[in-house]
Ligand binder design. Sequence first.
Ligand code: SF4
Length: 375
Amino acid sequence: PAGLKWEFCRKSNGDESYLVCNADEGEPGTFKERVILTEMPEQLFEGMAIAGYALDAKEGIVYLRAEYVYLKKYLEDVLQKMRDENLLGNGILGNNDFNFDIRIQMGAGAYVCGEESALIESMEGKRGEPRNRPPFPVQAGYMGKPTVVNNVETLSTVVKIILHGADWFKAIGTAESAGTKLLSISGDCKQPGVYEVEYGMTIKEMLEMVGATSVQAVQVGGPSGTCIDESQFSKTISFEELPTGGAMVVIGKDRDLLREVVINYMDFFIDESCSSCAPCRSLTVILKNKLIKMLNGFGTKADIDELYNWGLYMKQANRCGLGQTAANPILTTIENFRPLYEALVKSDDEFVSEFDMDKAVQESCNYVGRVPNTH
Ligand code: SF4
């Protein structure tokens, strides 16, 4: 996808173009890009310079997550050092046709700004809200100019490919997923952290690697990803089987999956919706409230189907990836952990969903010495 974006951008009509590095790492459970920014920023900036050369862009902008503001001065010092070494700026490494520099722009703290068009809106000083497409950013992005947005890991990987060659890169991983993947592994395991693994590693191997022994589920790709059960631990981390942005949350057997994980993730999406689309703004709340009703013992079998079908509707009726994936915590746990939902509901014939007015007014009647008479 990165190569295609570069190609489309290069073919777009425009007197200038921009490269944006999306360092707005905001998916809960993801912290790998912070490690690159901290430990090897030179590699990222070199990757940006290579991309800038390919795009014929003069400027690269790092859109840095607001919470990473403490890295800004450090990164700017690294950039200055690279300018001093003629690795950035005008006439890079003596090539007078190669002029490229990088600046840091702070994000504003919204998850939705990780979506590339919302990120561009935010960079332009507007409210961080996804744009309608077309036009795509590679056609009309930052300041209306063709713009490529790549993330930190992608741009850092470019350097390795240029150094060792495409064949070397393609020899790593699987047929459809070349190379390695950085994983942020957290949750119920002995050695959480950032790991670089070859595409094709199974979830079982990953769990052994981090010392996770009593595992109920793995949340692959953060809240917007997939919650898988033990029967799927033989699947591989790859585009063809289990694609992931890198967040892997291990959920132990002692966890209450619905209360501790699903409700928590739904709260996250409710907070982070930009509220532009009605389903993303409202249906997230309705889905969560329906699940809470079930957890409180007032669910029916029909609620499970409604949760699922309404969740599917979210995929079609929202403008950006946030809303399209916001029901995933519910959808994927119904798909893979349906017995947990079934255990919550009574059979429809023993449950009459009605409001008991007499019971509801009993307490206030007690205070004033009256007998409920609501019929
Ligand atoms: S799907 Fe949600 S976050 Fe995305 S544009 Fe619509 S309201 Fe905003």
